[in-house]
Design a protein around this ligand. Structure first.
Ligand SMILES: Cc1ncc(COP(=O)(O)O)c(C=O)c1O
Length: 460
């Protein structure tokens, strides 16, 4: 049920609500701690003082270097959720004040995400469970006969939802990506969609999404950009980049309350079968065809994409959290965030390059721009051995494996030469990934580098 349908105009009780009025943060709400960085202040994350046990039972401060999997919660996000909780109530289906307030917060979150992504005025902003859910929603909304073109370098969330996509091999350089997309879309009849990740979850490397959007549009195709790893690190602007759709997840954007989002053109979504069928997605459920009206539909679905695809009670707190994260990042300013990340990433990559036997994975070479994600292998040790040692002996959290990007990681690992120490290919079956963000410190980076130097010195 929409607010229109319930007769409750949630926003009407607030004329032009401000973000703080809608998040309802009380005047006396504690001001979150902030970490100074140049002229800007970067908000703190929860868990910065977390201590974890290491071998021998000692407790050490946790060095979280696994942001690309799930980032910690920003303090302003936690504060916004705490402020929303006392009035927590139903959304789009209640006349009570708390329900109106909660509905207003939910819809305000949609406005915030719209602004954060630079969406066009008519674009849909559909809340989903996560990025995977959002790509699957778009996959189910494609017009019949849509040709989908996707690179083998994608995360499984962007690689797998499509039926019989055209798969493109990992391009040797960014211009090759554009050329390959151009060739794949040449001569395609009917609707087409190019799918690409803006920043790789394996190497952090940035993809030429503006150029790819341009090529897609030249062929009359659309482009979906998986921004799960871009959104926490760089500004995103659908309008400026001329993107048709973007998807990303709250939990990678410092808002771990279970929401993702699909933002983009409304027409395919409005024409698709509702993603979930149930309350909220319908305008009316009728008696069906009668002798007088043989064409009367039994169910009248909403046309607007948000209502049509968000059946059931939505995850309000997830949406509030996501919006608070968008607000906090915007308020901090991307210059400060990008500068601080660049400083730490430079330190990390230079340090890794200096440890003998550590090989960074890269598609387009060490100088290609990237976000704060680095994957590597270590001569003589499997990725699992490295990750377990870092955790058990040094209190460092990283990820090991193929990062839900199996074809891409296989491709990258094939290019790493560890033949001298890895005759059985055991070491290069998977990789280690360190990823950083707000809350990462020099000490975390230096501890990782010292631990790797220590580990590699144990090689026989
Ligand atoms: C680039 C990319 N796309 C999609 C996903 C899937 O995100 P989620 O697990 O939130 O659905 C991830 C998660 O690692 C990712 O890194």
């Amino acid at each position: 049920m929409t607010s229109k349908e319930s007769g409750v105009s949630a926003l009407s009780i607030f004329t032009a609500p401000t973000a703080s009025a809608v998040t309802g943060a009380p005047a006396e709400a504690p001001v979150p701690a902030a970490r100074p960085c140049g002229e800007r202040e970067i908000p703190a994350v929860l868990g910065a003082d977390l201590e974890v046990p290491v071998r021998g039972g000692r407790l050490v401060p946790y060095a979280n270097l696994d942001y690309a999997a799930s980032a910690p919660c920003l303090e302003p996000v936690s504060a916004a959720v705490a402020a929303a909780l006392p009035a927590y109530s139903s959304v789009h289906r209640g006349a009570g004040y708390a329900s109106q307030l909660t509905t207003a917060r939910y819809e305000q979150a949609r406005h915030t995400v719209r602004a954060f992504t630079g969406a066009r005025p008519g674009d849909a902003v559909v809340f989903t469970r996560n990025t995977t859910d959002a790509t699957n929603l778009l996959a189910r909304s494609l017009p019949e006969g849509t040709t989908v073109v996707v690179f083998d370098t994608e995360h499984h969330a962007s690689l797998l939802p499509w039926t019989d996509p055209v798969r493109l091999a990992p391009p040797a350089f960014p211009g090759e990506a554009v050329r390959a997309a151009d060739a794949a879309l040449e001569g395609v009849r009917g609707p087409a969609l190019l799918v690409v990740t803006a920043a790789s979850n394996v190497t952090g490397e940035l993809w030429p999404i503006a150029a790819l959007a341009h090529i897609a549009h030249r062929h009359g195709a659309r482009i979906l950009v998986d921004a799960a790893q871009l959104a926490p690190h760089r500004p995103l602007n659908l309008t400026a980049l001329d993107l048709d759709y973007v998807v990303f997840s709250g939990h990678k954007l410092y808002a771990p309350f279970g929401t993702g989002v699909l933002v983009g053109r409304p027409d395919w979504l409005a024409g698709a079968e509702p993603y979930l069928k149930g309350g909220g997605a319908v305008r009316a459920v009728n008696g069906g065809a009668t002798a007088q009206d043989p064409d009367a539909p039994e169910v009248e679905w909403h046309d607007d994409p948000e209502a049509r695809h968000e059946a059931g009670t939505p995850n309000v707190l997830g949406a509030v959290a996501l919006a608070a994260a968008c607000d906090a990042l915007t308020a901090t300013g991307w210059n400060a965030l990008v500068r601080e990340e660049g400083r730490l990433l430079g330190r990390l990559r230079a340090g890794l390059a200096a440890v003998e036997g550590v090989h960074e994975l890269s598609l387009w070479g060490p100088d290609h721009p990237r976000v704060g994600i680095v994957s590597f292998v270590v001569d003589g040790f499997t990725a699992r051995e490295v990750a377990e040692t870092l955790s058990n002996e040094y209190g460092i959290g990283v990820r090991d494996g193929k990062f839900c990007a199996h074809p891409f990681v296989r491709h990258l690992l094939d290019a790493v030469d560890t033949s001298g120490c890895d005759p059985d290919n055991a070491v290069t079956a998977s990789a280690v990934r360190a990823s950083i963000g707000i809350g990462t410190t020099e000490e975390h980076v230096d501890r990782l580098l010292a631990a790797l130097a220590d580990l590699t010195s144990r090689r026989g």
